[in-house]
Design a protein around this ligand. Structure first.
Ligand SMILES: [Zn+2]
Length: 266
């Protein structure tokens, strides 16, 4: 758990679990160029990806962005929330960067079949939501993570540029999925941006043009990354990125002429 402020907004990064993927499966076209980034890889050439969720306290509201992989993966989101002093019933809004199963795992309480965050509205980007509903056969995570929310009337489709509070806006950062969104924070002249899966590892900050296997629309995702890394550095934005190393909070900075990731505490 790592806490930071953006103006009057409190941002807490919570780690649900770690996922490990071989770098060559994420970046299949990198080839020998991958050797330049061995410092970001494990000894066997894998990327250790955090599965981070972000708690925002802003303008009297308590917002959770993304809901991790869930209990089947020994996820720690609930104990992380408890350490942050937040009970599930305190969450007013759950918002998803996108609807893949590693971001929705704690939506529903496994014992009761009811929403895990009983007082929350669960906000889903409209196009991604409609795609998920149209999927045939349904996505594996749909029945587990969304059907019970539908039954409880807890889901609210939103359009992008949706204002969550005075300081928080759901903004489009497309490519990973068509409706992939970030939560932009603006308070007291400071900025933050929670970027979901726009960047999966620190390599993406240095090589925003590399294709990765998980982007639905690679051209759009690469365009998004190229623009993002420049803007995040220029604006000294606090960045929360779901899969970057723990604590998944940090900044894009310029070092020896290159844009690089600098995680908090590193
Ligand atoms: Zn993800």
């Amino acid at each position: 758990m790592e806490r930071e402020s953006v103006g009057d907004v409190e941002v807490t990064a919570l780690s649900d679990c770690l996922m490990v993927y071989s770098a060559s499966s994420i970046y299949p076209k990198a080839g020998d160029d991958m050797q330049r980034y061995s410092a970001y890889l494990t000894e066997d050439g894998s990327v250790e990806m955090n599965c981070a969720c972000f708690l925002l306290r802003a303008d009297g509201a308590t917002v959770l962005m993304d809901a991790g992989l869930g209990p089947e993966s020994d996820g720690q989101l609930m104990s992380e929330l408890e350490q942050a002093g937040v009970a599930p019933g305190d969450i007013d809004v759950v918002i998803f960067s996108h609807l893949h199963g590693d971001h929705t795992g704690w939506n529903v309480d496994r014992d009761s079949g009811q929403p895990k965050f009983p007082n929350a509205r669960y906000l889903v980007e409209r196009r991604d939501w409609e795609q998920l509903l149209a999927q045939d056969p349904p996505a594996r995570s749909f029945d587990r993570d969304f059907q019970p929310l539908q039954a409880a009337d807890s889901i609210e489709p939103i359009d992008l540029d949706h204002r969550l509070t005075d300081s928080l806006v759901a903004t489009s950062i497309p490519g990973h999925t068509p409706g992939h969104l970030g939560v932009a924070i603006e308070s007291g002249g400071e900025r933050g941006l929670l970027i979901g899966d726009s960047m999966l590892s620190a390599i993406d900050i240095e090589e925003p043009d590399w294709e990765n296997s998980y982007d639905r629309d690679s051209d759009t995702a690469r365009q998004t990354r190229r623009e993002l890394v420049e803007r995040l550095e220029a604006d000294a934005t606090l960045v929360g990125a779901a899969h970057l190393p723990v604590p998944s909070l940090g900044h894009v900075v310029r070092a020896e002429g290159r844009l690089v990731w600098r995680g908090l505490g590193s």
